[in-house]
Design a protein around this ligand. Structure first.
Ligand SMILES: NC(=O)C1=CN([C@@H]2O[C@H](COP(=O)(O)OP(=O)(O)OC[C@H]3O[C@@H](n4cnc5c(N)ncnc54)[C@H](O)[C@@H]3O)[C@@H](O)[C@H]2O)C=CC1
Ligand SMILES: CC(C)CC(=O)C(=O)O
Ligand SMILES: [Mg+2]
Length: 359
């Protein structure tokens, strides 16, 4: 059976990291006998330019008919001056796919501890999974946009909270059985609903999982203070967006962090957590590892190809340990060179790895 993958390269470094991820998917497809088909479509700024719409009908249709969707990144200063926003295309895509469960693993790669801005002894043992609600909250509420006043509505239903909390508790059962729920229940009504719903669900269905609550401002501090203390972090849309960028740097670079956005009705959306990085776009400097590891999550979650996913993860880890990486992780390889090394390692898992930059 052929698995249909729609690729949405997007803007800025999006096309560079998407090309890297696709090359790795092709390599692992050949090595593991998978039949994968690829189709690319416009989203974000490039779709505004080509179709006058950040999420054109043709893209929506292709995504709905795909087994999984891979996205690079959207946005950039070209579209910041008014008119339709590229980011609106990504929000519409997430909503259309029902991709409510954003999994953002933050992993410390062996040999890369030195890249963390934190001292090695503080960062050692860091291995957390951020479970971020992705289709509700303030990003999706009614907006009033005026010159003198503006507002964004934040709303959550109990059902939305329970649905994402269940994902976090289930994930915790396969890990260290600890969930830290992050909210702002001292101020926000949505957070009090969030906390009540999470506690009730844990008591009723997950008594074996340890649960604690941390206010989001304190969480921003605790992530730096003791990152290794956390297992599964459960939080709403905007808090998860912010905390995951922070957590990614603890593990070395935002360019390393992947994500999967799971749906109840579709194979899901897979994207690195970073944006379009206009400051480095077009220079071959973008770290493709977050995108490549998102492709691994696609294989595992959408296609059930856990072995192929593990082969990618192993190849990435070995390349990084051998010093093969882009500038943000202290290497001298280009985006494409990193992808080539990962592909070579997948094709020949026992091959010795040359030093970075010698490819
Ligand atoms: N999922 C998406 O498509 C997202 C899109 N954006 C959009 O991206 C644009 C730029 O946003 P920023 O706030 O600058 O966030 P960003 O994540 O694009 O960049 C933040 C910093 O991280 C660096 N960086 C990001 N990805 C990297 C990679 N793979 N390798 C090496 N360095 C990397 C950038 O060079 C920059 O210094 C905006 O238009 C924003 O709305 C932002 C976040 C997510
Ligand atoms: C709509 C996106 C630009 C939000 C974001 O930054 C993210 O999902 O990481
Ligand atoms: Mg973000």
């Amino acid at each position: 059976m052929t698995h249909k993958i729609v690729i949405l390269p997007g803007d800025g470094i999006g096309p560079e990291v998407a090309a890297a991820a696709r090359a790795v998917l092709e390599a692992v497809g050949s090595a593991h006998g998978l039949s994968l088909s690829f189709e690319s479509h416009d989203i974000g700024g490039c779709a505004i330019d080509a179709h006058g719409d950040p999420f054109p009908e043709s893209t929506a249709k292709a995504c709905a008919g795909a087994d999984a969707v891979f996205l690079g990144a959207v946005g950039g200063p070209k579209w910041d001056g008014g008119g339709p926003r590229p980011e609106a295309g990504l929000l519409a895509l997430r909503k259309t796919l029902g991709a409510f469960a954003n999994l953002r693993p933050i992993t410390l790669f062996p040999g890369l501890e030195r890249l963390s801005p934190l001292k090695e002894e503080r960062v050692a043992g860091t291995d957390m999974l951020i479970v971020r609600e992705l289709t509700g909250g303030i990003y999706f509420g009614d907006k009033v946009e005026g010159d003198e006043t503006a507002s964004d509505l934040c709303s959550y239903s109990r059902q939305e909270v329970e649905r994402i909390a269940r994902i976090a508790f289930d994930a915790a059962r396969g890990r260290k059985r600890r969930v830290t729920s992050v909210d702002k229940a001292n101020v926000l009504a949505t957070s009090r609903l969030w906390r009540n719903a999470v506690v009730a669900l844990r008591d009723a269905e997950y008594p074996d999982v340890e649960l604690d609550h941390v206010l989001v401002d304190a969480m921003a501090m605790k992530l730096i203070e003791r990152p290794a203390a956390f297992d599964v972090i459960l939080t709403e849309n905007m808090f998860g967006d912010i905390l995951s960028d922070e957590a990614s740097v603890i593990a070395g670079s935002i360019g390393l962090a992947p994500s999967a956005s799971l749906s109840e009705s579709h194979g899901g959306l897979y994207e690195p957590i970073h944006g379009s990085a206009p400051d480095i776009a077009g220079q071959g400097k973008a770290n493709p590892v977050g995108a490549i590891l998102s492709a691994a999550m696609l294989l595992r979650h959408a296609l059930g190809e856990g072995e192929a996913a593990a082969a990618i993860e192993r190849a990435v880890s070995e390349c990084l340990a051998a010093g093969i990486g882009t500038g943000d992780v202290g290497g001298s390889a280009s985006t494409q060179q990193v992808a080539e090394h990962v592909c070579a390692r997948i094709a020949e898992p026992d091959a010795s790895i040359p030093l970075a930059g010698t490819a």
